[in-house]
Ligand binder design. Sequence first.
Ligand code: AMP
Length: 139
Amino acid sequence: MSTIFGKILSGEIPCHKVYEDEKVLAFLDINPLSRGHTLVIPKEPAETLDQLSDESAAALGRVLPRICRAVMAVTGTREYNVLENNGPGAHQVVRHVHFHIIPKPDRDQGLGIGWPARQIDADAADLAAKLRAAVASGT
Ligand code: AMP
């Protein structure tokens, strides 16, 4: 199913392009949380990060820091958030993987986050072991 970002990739609708290579496109968010709010997307039409190929993930990882540096340099901001939502319950609206780069120029602009931290669970060692096994098996 094509998303609004699929339409941007196909050229069906325009964007304010920031960066493009064979596997990645970056463009300004149309409803920014702060000036310079940029979206970085793979050209591969994966819906969530866990569905993305290693090749696209590597391509994104290679350019994300460079695009962050450009956004900070041009907006004159030193602090920022990188956000990637997966699933509607986790605030994902567009069903195509995208990383938000959101400058945080001051308290009132940029990303506001709730962070309901709690004590780590008593079975943390067991949980970490299960996670290590799952990562190793490529689950
Ligand atoms: P998310 O909630 O993580 O799915 O974020 C989707 C983001 O896409 C929002 O910040 C929107 O403002 C942005 N967005 C939606 N349509 C467009 C568009 N045509 N061009 C640029 N950004 C868009």
